[in-house]
Design a protein around this ligand. Structure first.
Ligand code: KG4
Ligand code: ZN
Length: 341
């Protein structure tokens, strides 16, 4: 392994991403192509996603290397997300990366996508000059993930709790659909919530105050649907829709803060609460979590949105952290994509 830049590929869901990072974490180039075909279908269609990754990967990789002013021979390693995620996309991205590694005699690093989210906050550009030391508490909240993780070191993670039904982003997307808003629903619900009263609608807060750090959103989603029943297929008056959006959002923020508070007690030696995933874009949720961190004198770290959502910078950085932690052992090219890793 040469201390040269690392090229990384991310294809676990509906974003095709490629990045090149220097060993010190400096981003030399990165691009993300977000698939738009799914919006009209109301969610990610795995087969369409996999084919779209295949269509864009070669040109995307060439463009990213061009942006960085590098060729494949300048690289020290090639990394790819190999799980968890949608199997088709994982196979496309990891096989592409393995092919490049094999052709150029470069080490291949198989990266766990969740681990990449977990280590993003340690990127020098996010952690700041003092860095971010272990342990810290991570709340990963996106359309596909919803979990509390104690991050104790590279390769040392403890899942403290997760959702027992829907992910938080999924709940936002479903409520958005009920309110007649577009997909993805999170940003639309947040925008509408600004016009509404967060206390207008009485909604349940599943698992709130209960021991443990698990999440549940399905009862909340059902409650929203029941409250909307009287309106039938008629369009909801704007005021009611805004009140519902605001009340739902406040509810999710309360649940998150409560679960984070419970998780924080399990990692007493932590010094930071880190939030990642698309839902971390939500300012009401950020504010609630910031409160949990400040009550413990912890740092609150939310990577910039482009690093919170799926990207290849985090994949390259996780590979660099691994190469540092375990010396120069690359992964075998026979390592398989693991949808449930
Ligand atoms: O991390 P992400 O881009 O993709 C994965 O799921 O891996 O997260 C997307 C999710 C979607 O469910 C979207 O509705 C939600 O994050 N989201 C938000 C906001 N922006 C995106 N949820 C609440 N408020 C937002 N502002
Ligand atoms: Zn993700």
């Amino acid at each position: 392994f040469r201390p040269a830049p690392v090229l990384a590929i991310e294809t676990s869901c509906d974003d095709t991403a490629c990045a090149v990072l220097a060993q010190d974490g400096t981003v030399l180039a990165e691009r993300v192509v977000s698939q738009t075909a799914h919006a009209a279908l109301g969610g990610v269609v795995p087969e369409i996603a996999a084919r779209a990754h295949l269509d864009v990967l070669p040109a995307l990789t060439r463009a990213v290397l061009g942006d960085a002013g590098l060729n494949l021979q300048h690289l020290g390693a090639i990394a790819a997300s190999t799980g968890p995620g949608l199997i088709g996309g994982l196979i496309v991205g990891s096989t592409f990366a393995k092919g490049l590694a094999l052709a150029r005699g470069l080490p291949f690093i198989a990266v766990n996508h969740i681990e990449a989210h977990a280590l993003t906050a340690r990127l020098p550009s996010v952690a700041g000059p003092g860095g971010l030391s272990f342990p810290y508490l991570l709340l990963l909240v996106s359309g596909g993930h919803c979990q509390c993780v104690a991050v104790r070191g590279v390769g040392h993670y403890e899942r403290l709790g997760g959702t027992i039904d829907d992910a938080a982003g999924e709940a936002f997307d479903k409520v958005a659909k009920m309110l007649g808003l577009g997909w993805p629903g999170g940003p639309a619900v947040e925008a509408l919530a600004r016009e509404g009263d967060p206390e207008a609608v009485d909604l349940p807060r599943p698992l709130y105050g209960k021991p443990g750090c698990d999440f549940s959103f399905s009862g909340l989603k059902t409650a929203v649907s029941r409250k909307l029943e009287p309106f039938g297929r008629a369009a909801l008056p704007l005021r009611d829709a805004a009140d519902m959006a605001a009340s739902f959002q406040a509810c999710v923020a309360d649940i998150m803060a409560d679960r984070a508070e419970h998780a924080a007690r399990l990692v007493p030696d932590a010094t930071a609460l880190v939030v990642a995933g698309g839902v971390a874009a939500n300012s009401a949720i950020r504010q609630a979590l910031e409160g949990v961190a400040s009550s413990r004198n912890w740092r609150f770290l939310a990577p910039p949105l482009r690093l919170c959502t799926d990207n290849a910078v985090m994949v390259a950085w996780a590979a660099i952290e691994h190469l540092r932690a375990r010396g120069d052992a690359p992964d075998d090219l026979t390592v398989a994509a693991r949808p449930r890793w």
